[in-house]
Design a protein. Structure first.
Length: 208
């Protein structure tokens, strides 16, 4: 799932065109963007590239059921929150789906308010997951720093300029600047100040 900004979308996975049309009309009236998929395979083929949002997944699908779709999403590391759509007879399966990671389920026939409430809850969960995932990626990036880069970060955190860092480490100013650039690149930071903030949050700076 991409982490881009912008309005969240609902991805409807249901093989019934009439159901798709009804749901999309409900969402359109609430000014929520949606995209429909006729099959689980069609959805899974592009799920990793879809913008942030949530999935409205029918538990009964011809090629594979909703439970298998959940397993595939987990296997691919896709964090889109899933709301299961189920009939009364499939409620036990819906409960199992929640154990597999679905965030909610709604029974057919559902009212518009039920649909919108379930989707809004899923959006909230999705935003939190995206923020947590982004933070995890930042901390993983800290592990890519070399020992020398960590040393330089610590000197910079103490307010030393590149010239002084070079003197302390017995290396050239140009080498220090190269390491600074590498640190910013590895941490995807806008500048060295942002890199230092992330390093402090990640606990890799010495106590000052």
């Amino acid at each position: 799932m991409s982490e881009g900004e912008g309005p969240l979308e609902v991805y409807i996975v249901d093989d019934d065109p009439a159901i798709q049309t009804t749901i999309r009309l409900m969402l359109s009236r609430a000014e929520i963007k949606s995209r429909a998929f006729q099959s689980a395979i069609q959805f899974l083929d592009c799920a990793a590239e879809l913008p942030s949002g949530c999935v409205l997944l029918d538990i009964r699908l011809p090629e594979m059921d909703g439970l298998e779709v959940l397993d595939r999403l987990k296997l691919q590391g896709i964090l889109l929150p899933v709301v299961i759509v189920t009939g009364f007879a499939d409620v036990p399966q819906a409960v199992l789906a929640m154990r597999k990671g679905a965030v909610n389920f709604i029974e057919k026939p559902f009212r518009r308010v039920q649909l919108l409430e379930a989707i809004e809850e899923a959006f909230v969960i999705g935003r939190r997951q995206s923020a947590d995932n982004l933070q995890r990626k930042k901390y993983v990036a800290l592990e890519k720093l070399t020992q020398r880069e960590r040393e330089i970060l610590n000197f910079l955190a103490r307010g030393l300029q590149s010239k002084m860092v070079a003197f302390e480490l017995g290396i050239s100013i140009r080498t220090v600047e190269m390491h600074r650039a590498n640190i910013i690149e590895k941490l995807k930071a806008g500048n060295i100040a942002q890199a230092l903030l992330l390093a402090r949050e990640g606990g890799i700076l010495d106590d000052l």
